[in-house]
Design a binder for this molecule. Structure first.
Ligand code: HEM
Length: 398
């Protein structure tokens, strides 16, 4: 029987496949046509070949960059879909959380591949590269619009870029389409902003409800008081000095998160990114990640850190390759200081989810984690059947 689910691009055919008909003789679309391979596979134009002195490695150089750009396209596609899910005006629909996780995980795997792919290009030696580098000038990865879109869509802020990078738009000159896309990516809510808004709505933060932050604050103060008392009970002067020094450092660290004005000052300096309330949400999810409703959000936070780490790893692998290829004194073909510019992009300023990395600073030992009330526990759990605290099997008997 002929399938009714025909390919929309194939010519209409009444031809039925006989067992011995060679594939090429059947109307309809084949592999190369579906993938438009004629376009992709004819896009490797070696400038050295056009100049009648073909350099073997230029082929690898072109294919590597093209493969990157194709994957960048997929990264943007996944990123846009995740941003769309988070943009729901009523907040993240929890039935979509698994989709977010699946797509973020896919992004992580692609970025891993991209970070590792640098090694293939490293099989080219600097001397080989030198043989065709002059043909590229002034082309540079600095002009990769897709790379900038990825940065912006993730949440890279203009003010956190290093000086040379702040004016990155100028490389697109009068290319209206590119400029429009770039400005749109700067204007639209980034993944980081959407995650921030989502964290601000973490259930349990309400002051007139579970009031997580109020409880956390008093437990941190109690913990610090215990540490201070222990310092005061020291038997030797050196021990007391050591313990009070440690106490002062810890207190300053916790003050920076307990006092909203200190947090805002750090935000202004670019050392914190999330609003105070979003940070509270992230801390809360980290503490209670074993509760069913928080386990997927916790996975999301871990995946976001993976994405940040892998972009940093790509930057690192790329800069090492650049040093190997052109050393640290040559300027880049895109007009930067080359190695030194790229090295400056490895700092924390380029981490979009910096606060998630620093979260462990504000954790407290388990005994200081505020216990969940029965109401909160019920809110965060989804039981098969009725939950009854009295019938729970004690942990030590399992
Ligand atoms: C021999 C290999 C390569 C060399 C020597 C090289 C060199 C450079 C240099 C010097 C820069 C700084 C900007 C400038 O040109 O002044 C740069 C930026 C960049 N390159 Fe490469 N590159 C190589 C391979 C690649 C590959 C395979 C990709 C993949 C897409 C890539 C993507 C980029 C991107 C996205 C930037 C901008 C980074 C930023 O501004 O943070 N490069 N490259």
């Amino acid at each position: 029987m002929e399938s009714t689910n025909r390919c929309p691009l194939s010519q209409t055919s009444t031809q039925t496949k006989k067992d011995d008909t060679p594939l090429g003789e059947i109307d309809g679309m084949l592999y190369g046509e579906y993938l438009q391979l004629d376009k992709i596979l004819s896009a490797q134009r070696l400038l050295s070949e056009a100049d009648k002195r073909t350099v073997h490695d230029e082929h690898l150089f072109i294919v590597t960059h093209q493969a990157y750009e194709l994957w960048f396209k997929q990264v943007i596609y996944e990123l846009d879909s995740v941003r769309m899910i988070f943009s729901n005006h009523r907040g993240l629909d929890e039935t979509e959380t698994l989709n977010v996780i699946k797509r973020l995980n896919r992004l992580v795997l692609i970025l891993k591949l991209l970070a590792d792919q640098v090694m293939i290009l490293e099989t080219m030696t600097p001397l080989d590269f030198m043989e065709f580098r002059e043909y590229l000038c002034p082309a540079s990865g600095f002009q990769s619009i897709q790379f900038r879109l990825i940065e912006n869509k993730l949440g890279m802020k203009q003010e956190n870029r290093v000086r040379f990078n702040q004016n990155y738009v100028c490389v697109f000159g009068r290319d209206e389409k590119a400029l429009e896309e770039i400005y749109k990516s700067e204007r639209e809510p980034s993944l980081a902003q959407l995650v921030e808004q989502w964290l601000e709505r973490t259930p349990g933060l309400e002051e007139d409800g579970f009031n997580f932050w109020g409880k956390y604050k008093s437990n941190v103060l109690a913990m610090l008081q215990t540490q201070y008392n222990s310092a005061m009970e020291s038997t030797t002067e050196s021990e007391r000095m050591y313990k009070t020094g440690d106490f002062e450092k810890k207190k300053a660290m916790y003050d920076s998160v307990l006092d909203p004005s200190l947090h805002t000052a750090l935000m202004a300096r670019g050392e914190r990114r999330f609003t105070h309330r979003a940070l509270q949400g992230a801390i809360m999810i980290t503490f209670y990640r074993d509760e069913p409703r928080f386990s997927q959000p916790h996975q999301i936070l871990a995946l976001l850190m993976d994405i940040d780490s892998l972009v940093t790893k790509w930057r690192y692998n790329h800069v090492l390759m650049v040093q190997r290829m052109i050393g640290s004194a040559h300027l880049g073909t895109g007009g930067s200081s080359g190695y030194h510019y790229l090295r400056s992009t490895l700092s924390d300023r380029y981490k979009v989810f910096l606060d998630l990395f620093n979260l462990s600073t504000f954790l407290v030992p388990r005994k200081y984690i505020p216990p969940l009330t029965t109401e909160m526990k019920t809110k965060l759990n989804t039981y098969w059947g009725q939950f009854d605290e009295d019938k729970r099997v004690p942990r030590d008997s399992v």
